[in-house]
Design a protein. Structure first.
Length: 106
């Protein structure tokens, strides 16, 4: 299992072309079993990070030149990556062995 980080969208200030908000998702899944008996367990987290762009700063990247990898790097520098990835692993573990079940005994 490896958590995949993606950027779903960026919000930018059109006056200076700077990114002000990044919408991100981190997700992972695990397949248990094979063939018709295979079950996929998933976990994910979604959030946003706000930024204050400075177009005069060294290393500033214009909107048209931003890569997804670069935006993911900005997000990961702003959030607790270890906690988010641990939460996703916990979601998968919980879905494989739920603490609460429903049904009737008859």
């Amino acid at each position: 299992m490896a958590v995949t980080w993606t950027i779903s969208t960026l919000e930018r200030n059109t006056s200076d072309d700077g990114v002000i908000v990044a919408h991100w998702r981190a997700s992972d899944s695990e397949v248990v079993g094979t063939g018709d008996d295979a079950v996929t367990y998933s976990g994910s987290s979604y959030g946003t990070c706000g930024f204050t762009p400075d177009s005069s700063a060294e290393g500033y990247t214009a909107y048209a030149d931003i890569t997804e990898a670069q935006a993911i790097g900005w997000v990961q520098a702003d959030v607790d990556v270890d906690a988010i990835e641990a939460s996703i692993a916990e979601q998968i573990a919980d879905s494989k062995a739920p603490a609460i079940s429903t049904g009737v005994p008859w």
